[in-house]
Design a protein around this ligand. Sequence first.
Ligand code: S3P
Length: 183
Amino acid sequence: MGGPPSSADTARAGTGGLPPRIALIGFMGSGKSTVGRLLAHALGYHFVDLDDRIEAEAGRTIGQIFAEEGEESFRRREAEALESLASEEEVVAAGGGGAPVSAGNQGFFSGVATTFYLEVSFEEFVRRAGSDPARPLLRRGMGELRSLYEARRPIYERLGRRIPTDGRRADEVAQEILEILGR
Ligand code: S3P
């Protein structure tokens, strides 16, 4: 009750000085969920897939939310899910590809969490994501997807430390992040 603000920091230092929240951002198909699971397992943290949390809260799939409520409603749900993460600790979170786009969400990635940007080339994204029916944005044409990719890239670069993923396995990507974290 009203203890010194440094007490939480001391507890953190006791767990090895790891940041309490680690976030992975990047375009669809960058491997955020796969790498996030590996990372959480290696650190003994719990893993949160933001899209899974949104689906659980809504009681419907991302596809249904887009189709029945529209993208705006999905983005509102996404911001709420992100907010709920701010008070959690020892967590690795994979955000959806669009989560860092809105200015209101950016404080989470730039301050509340330690953020890594999993970089995937557009060509590799097309190969990996294919036409996954669970991803409503993939119904858009290639030109529109490329514009989205180009528009988001500087946002990702600004908010997260860049980790290339093209031609690398998920465990290699996770290993690079672990080394940066001193593990
Ligand atoms: C989206 C990416 C998806 C999901 C939703 C919207 C986006 O997540 O949040 O379909 O705007 O890029 P993944 O990046 O995990 O595919």
